[in-house]
Design a protein around this ligand. Structure first.
Ligand SMILES: C=C(O[C@@H]1C=C(C(=O)O)C=C[C@H]1O)C(=O)O
Length: 175
């Protein structure tokens, strides 16, 4: 069984009910595409793919993605002006990837650039938590705020989780 680089098994709560740090709150609560928000804040934005493979869904995600046996796991770093800003972990159920072929070979194309263009996109509630993120290759070992939500595209689900790395606080608060 393959596992993700980082386990996001934590106590997740509705982000609107949490007392979030003022500098991070606009990022954690962003209802639209995080990719689009970063592109507004950065001269250079890019996606670094860390891992993309078919995986068994971890038990702690089964309630969020019921009826999902296998999924495509995608782990990326979002870079803004050469600073690592987000570690993202997405779980794309096999039935969703089969129906929406571009999800099968995104490569360095941001997931958000695809899903936010699809008519019929719906987003569930945004949950948030704090958890330890260790990315030795980037010399990162931090307790970070993270968010996650389930998207549905014409009824087909996928889960996106994003952990905000320390560099995000340097990006300022302008929209
Ligand atoms: C869902 C979005 O896509 C972003 C890009 C991701 C990717 O390319 O894997 C993952 C999470 C998001 O930060 C978004 O832009 O909101």
């Amino acid at each position: 069984m393959t596992i993700s680089l980082i386990s996001l098994d934590a106590l997740w709560q509705d982000a609107r009910q949490l007392n979030l740090p003022p500098l991070l709150a606009p990022w954690l609560l962003e209802p639209a595409s995080l990719t689009a928000r970063f592109k507004r804040h950065c001269q250079q934005f890019r996606v670094q793919v860390l891992n993309e493979q078919r995986s068994e869904l971890p038990a702690f995600l089964r309630q969020l993605l019921p009826d999902t046996a296998a999924a495509q796991l995608r782990e990326v770093i979002l870079w803004c002006n050469d600073m690592p800003c987000v570690y993202a972990q997405s779980w794309l159920p096999q039935q969703t990837v089969t129906a929406l072929r571009p999800l099968a070979d995104l490569g360095e194309r941001p997931l958000g650039d695809y899903i936010f263009q699809q008519p019929g996109l719906q987003r569930g509630i945004i949950e948030a938590t704090q958890l330890d993120i260790a990315l030795p290759l980037l010399s990162i070992a931090e307790r970070c705020y993270a968010r996650r939500s389930v998207f549905t595209l014409n009824g087909l689900p996928l889960l996106v989780a994003e952990a905000f790395l320390p560099a995000v606080a340097l990006l300022g608060k302008t929209r």
